[in-house]
Ligand binder design. Structure first.
Ligand SMILES: [Zn+2]
Length: 383
């Protein structure tokens, strides 16, 4: 059996294990295997102890397909975790020995790339860092495109149909995917990257909660870990590769976190006040010690329009609190922000990266760069 054949048959067997776990109604959450800072315990290239018959496998596939189609991503992921845990217990090999075997198999085998669809530009960036050349990542949202009022295209439908796994943000940010996935009749697992994160409270526009959690680097790390776990389940022969990349990239996020905190600390504490053009920055403010005193669009979703009264209230707040600038995102319409800035005589800073990364080549074309670019922009306007 060639290396490629072995990898592929193991993948099928392991997916069977995952399907069995799902059909058995497994509910144990095993996040320890990929939890922050934990040593990886799952061994790659392993098979479950039970070899199902063709009939039970077919039944399980049907059940899992229905589950995936109804977008029960957390349940799916939980079942996948359970399958991995079972596999590593059965084999009982040392992770180091397995990792060595996996690495040599990888070197000898030309890899077929896994087709992956991902909604936000942040998730696309995380996937590239965790999956490297193992993945062919197709993005639904492009740089500088606002997710809140996005409508999927014919090309998106093709991307979704082709995908072997689909990563969504969840918490209402990319709810447009529910219909798109149903229309594409996709059978691929759907992974909600923010699963396990309790969102800040939402509002009428965002009833599921505030989705902008990537602005807290510790929550971004959790998203990265969720991505690594899902990829390891789908492609167990590369589990060690994904896991090592999760560790490396999350360490880079921790470094950026410290660096960015140092940048924000340059603002005198009395001046750490933000007025933004929509409530995208609450996680950032909470994590780095800033205070959001107002938003031009008083909603977490920028699909809302402010009333005249809301604009007048904001102008009063800016004057009372001596706010120095209004911060607008590059992807959102700054018209109202410009109006308020003119009225109050303060400057408008309209190049923050919020719901999307920047175009390739810009100073916000990766998550790590975006966090530094926003901090630098905000500090330059406030200190
Ligand atoms: Zn937003």
């Amino acid at each position: 059996m060639t290396g490629m054949h072995r990898a592929m048959s193991e993948r099928r067997v392991t997916r069977r294990g995952f399907l069995l776990a799902l059909s058995a109604g497994a509910t144990t959450t095993i996040l320890a295997a990929c939890g922050g800072g934990a040593t990886p315990t799952f061994a790659p290239t392993t098979a479950p102890a039970v070899a199902p018959t063709a009939a039970t496998t077919t039944a399980a596939i049907t059940a899992s397909t229905r589950a995936a189609a109804s977008a029960t991503a957390p349940a799916t992921s939980t079942a996948m975790s359970t399958a991995t845990r079972v596999a590593s217990v059965v084999v009982g090999a040392s992770p180091v020995a397995s990792a060595t075997r996996a690495a040599s198999a990888v070197a000898a085998t030309p890899m077929r790339q896994i087709n992956v669809a991902a909604t936000t530009t942040h998730i696309q960036d995380f996937l590239k860092n965790v999956g490297g050349n193992r993945l062919a990542v197709s993005g639904i949202l492009k740089p500088n495109v606002d997710p809140h009022d996005y409508e999927t295209s014919v090309q998106d439908a093709q991307t979704i149909s082709r995908a072997e796994i689909i990563f969504v943000h969840g918490v209402g940010l990319d709810a447009f995917m529910d219909k798109a996935i149903a229309n594409a009749n996709s059978k691929a697992p759907i992974i909600m990257v923010t699963r396990g994160i309790t969102p800040l409270g939402g509002d009428d526009q965002e009833p599921d909660g505030d989705p902008h959690m990537w602005f807290d680097p510790t929550l971004a790390q959790k998203m990265v870990t969720n991505i690594g776990e899902a990829l390891a389940q789908l492609d167990p022969s590369s589990a060690t590769f994904y896991w090592q990349n999760v560790q490396t990239y999350n360490a880079q996020i921790a470094q950026i976190d410290a660096q960015v905190q140092g940048i924000y600390n340059q603002i005198p504490s009395a001046d750490r006040k933000l007025v933004t053009n929509h409530d995208a920055f609450q996680y950032l403010a909470n994590h780095f010690g800033l205070n959001i005193v107002g938003a031009v669009i008083p909603s977490i979703s920028d699909a809302a329009e402010p009333t005249a009264q809301e604009i007048n209230d904001l102008i009063d707040t800016i004057r009372e609190q001596k706010v120095k600038a209004i911060f607008a995102e590059s992807s959102a319409n700054p018209r109202v922000a410009q109006q308020v800035a003119q009225e109050t005589g303060i400057k408008i800073v309209d190049n923050l990266y919020g719901d999307t990364l920047g175009e390739p080549g810009s100073d916000g074309d990766t998550y790590l760069k975006m966090m530094v670019a926003d901090a630098t922009t905000i500090v330059a306007a406030l200190k």
